[in-house]
Design a protein. Sequence first.
Length: 381
Amino acid sequence: MSKHRPIIIPEINNKQSICDYLIQTASILSKKSCPTYIFYINEAPKFTHRLNKISPNLYSFSPLKIIPFNRFKFAQQFNIYLSFNLLHIICLFRHFSRPTYWIFYPQITSLIKFSLPSKNLIYDIVDFFTSPHKKINKKLQDQKKYLLKKASLITSISSCLKNNYQKLSPKTKINLVPQGFKLVSTPSKLHPQINTLKKLTNKVGFIGAISNRLDYELLYKLIKNTPDIHYIFIGPPSLDINVSLKSLEKLNKKLFSFKNVTHIELIPKNIIAQFIDIFDIAIIPYDTKDDFNRFSYPMKLFEYFASGKPVIATPIEELKHFPNLVFIEETSESWKQRIYQILSKPWPENLQQRQRNLARKNSWTNKINQILKLAQEIKVL
C-alpha cells in the first residue's frame, strides 16, 4: 500500500494511439511510488472488470457496460461516467484516499463535472486545443475556462501556451514547467535502412505524423525547387482533428511522388535517434495558419536537439525563443536559401552542445519533479 495519494489520468485516445506525454507522465509518476490509473474514456465498454496492472503502481481501467443499449449515445456516456466514478471508489478502498485528477484534455470537462469530488485537480497544459468548426471551438474555450477555474494546480509547458490560456482567466496562476522529452538509449545495431539513407547527400528530415498539420503547399514548392536536396519523412499518415481538414491521401500521394523524397512509415521509437542522426537538417514545416500549430510546442524539437541538428521551422511562436538554434522561415524561397546556407558549413559544436543541454533540461523527469514540487508546496498531493 503506497503512502502517496492515487492519481487518475483520463485518456481520450485508445491504447494503440495513446499520447506520449500521457504515458510518459503516468510512467514516471508510478516510478515515484504514486499509484497512477489511466482511464481510457473511449475504449469500448464491456461487462467484465477491467482494472489492468501495467507495472508496479501503474494501472489502466476502461469503461464497463453497466447499463445496456450502448449503441445509444446517452447510454454510452452514462457507462463512462459510472465507470469513472467506480474507479474513484476503487482508489478510495485501495489507498484510503480520494484520488487527484491529472487532466490534459479540455474535452473531458463533462466527465469531471459528473464525477465524485476529487482530492485535487491538476491541469497540465500541453497543447492549444482547437477545432476547424466554430461551434466546437467555442465549446473548447468554455471547457478550458472551466478547468482553469476548477484546478488546484495549473502548469504549462511553454510561455506561449501560458500567455494564451492566461487570457481566458487573467487572475489564474499558471506555472511554467519543462516541456517533457524522453532521451532514449539507441541500440548499437543499425536499422537496415540507415546505410541506404547514409549514401544520400544533403539530407533534410522530418520525424512525426504525416498529417494535415503540414504546410503542403510550402513543401511542394520547396521540394520541386531543390532537386539536389533529399527529403526524408518518417512517420505514419494521420488526420488531426485540431486543424483544418484536408484531403490527406491526395496530399501525401503528391508529396511522396517527388523523386527526391523518401517516406518511411513506421520505425520503432527506440531507434528514432538513429534516423535523426543521419539528417543534415531537421524540419518542422507546420501550417501556422492554424492556431493549433502556431501556438504548439512540438516535442520533436528536443528529439532534434538531442542529436545536435540545425532546425528550420515555419513561424511557430514558441520556437522563436531559440535564436541561432531554430531558423524561422515563412516562404519556400527563404526555406531554400536557409537550407543551402546551413549546408555550406559544418554545424558548430558549441551550438550542438547548447541544444543537447536544452534537451536534458526538458526531460520528463525534470518536468514531473517540478510539478510534484509545486503540488507539495500547495499541498495538492
